[in-house]
Design a protein around this ligand. Sequence first.
Ligand SMILES: Cc1cc2nc3c(=O)[nH]c(=O)nc-3n(C[C@H](O)[C@H](O)[C@H](O)COP(=O)(O)OP(=O)(O)OC[C@H]3O[C@@H](n4cnc5c(N)ncnc54)[C@H](O)[C@@H]3O)c2cc1C
Length: 468
Amino acid sequence: MGQTCLTHERIPLLAELDVLIVGGGSAGCCAAIAAAENGRRFGLRVGLIERYGFAGGISTQTLDTFYGFFTPGAAPRKVVGGLPDRVVAELARSTDVFLRENTYGAGIGVTYNPERLKLVWDRLLVNAGVQVWLHTTLVDVETDSLGTATAAVIFSKEGFHRISAQRMIDASGDADLCHWLGLPSEKAGEIDPAQTLTTTFRMCNVDLARFGTEGGKAMLAERMQAAIDSGRHPLPRKAGSAHRMVQENCIATVAVRVADLDATVVEQLTQAELEGRRQAFVYEDFFRDMVPGYEHAKIIGLSHQIGVRETRRVYGEYRLTREDCLTARQFDDAVLLCGAPIEDHRAVGEGESETRWEYVADQQAYGVPYRTLVPKGRDEIWVVGRCFSATHDAHASCRSMAQTMSMGQAAGLAAVQSLQMDCGAREIAISKLRDSLLQLGAVLDLGSESAQQSNKAWKFGDREVAAL
Ligand SMILES: Cc1cc2nc3c(=O)[nH]c(=O)nc-3n(C[C@H](O)[C@H](O)[C@H](O)COP(=O)(O)OP(=O)(O)OC[C@H]3O[C@@H](n4cnc5c(N)ncnc54)[C@H](O)[C@@H]3O)c2cc1C
């Protein structure tokens, strides 16, 4: 099925697991933690492989703000809970997180220190008992005569190894596991235009007080327009976020825009990295030259890699659609909620806006069915995070990290349940899975007490995450 030419028989077995998670992003970490904590009493062995030297994926490689915890609008409701709450509570212990009003329309953001978050993911994974292999990349999948996945083929400094597992969760963002198994997926750009790629950058020595008194965000937008119109700085976008960080006098940006390149084709990904870095320093010149408060600012860091919003989206037992999102559709097998708008960043044509926003009806939230996490016809595999089963538009709404973490916790619990009950992914008793999610603190009903929680000072016991 796979497209590599490895001869599996000669590859040594590194470990035998019950559940293997491929990819340690926000979705994969939550899947692993949920599986390990809940599988412990059954003696289940849970492992996670991650190609980089730290966990978190885009949450630590690229970004600093969780969206999707709250519905947008004047009366925000909290639609996510459970492990994602625990991640925020851990960040709150060291005052590495605050709530941020999002003026672009996605609702309240939870802004954190991504370097601290690396440590938080480490601690949560290790304490849960997850066996973690960093610097380890999935390169193929071994199957039995029926086509069932039986082992991951991995590559590290030690060469090729196999890790066998009864159940696997694809949290690679690019659906690498499903790809090597030959499972069908829709590639970004195949039907709808693909979302653009962004190298994020952070700047220090910013005088935010001066920036504010000189006009803040409105002034920045004017200066961007002026820079483009005059040809003084060739900015790729005239919008984009430049927001305060946990660290004082520092800002983080989501501004760079690289379009029409496929991040699963290595030559194109290389081109994207070069272009993203080039654009970041065009912005540095612009900020220093034209924006009050930034006269002495400098870039102190670029994202670990260019941020990739979408690549492969696997075809699952159900595909979440634009109508499901915009009409706030509810499902009997919902395992998480999402109230985020469709936020589609794309290459602009004449007269088009850089980001397309479309909101869920009446500031409600829709349910995300369990079936979107199960690749079509499979019983030993789940797919979570940005490669879950959704159309382009639905993905553009449901890809925020509060939702990817929630998908992870649902799939982790489902994998344990399937082993415990000796059934396949498609035969899971949904009511039991939803009960386990509720016990963990997940929000599955917009009317619940948790959903009504105040967002002005978000409390974890005696700890508070306040708006700055
Ligand atoms: C530029 C940009 C801005 C965004 N802005 C926001 C925002 O402000 N707030 C928000 O909530 N969301 C935002 N999003 C969306 C959100 O960040 C992502 O959808 C989410 O983080 C995806 O999580 P994930 O765990 O599915 O994937 P990822 O975070 O991509 O994690 C996948 C992990 O798998 C690893 N991996 C990949 N392939 C392999 C392999 N073969 N073997 C082993 N490991 C592998 C990767 O290294 C990575 O750690 C943004 C996304 C981008 C790109």
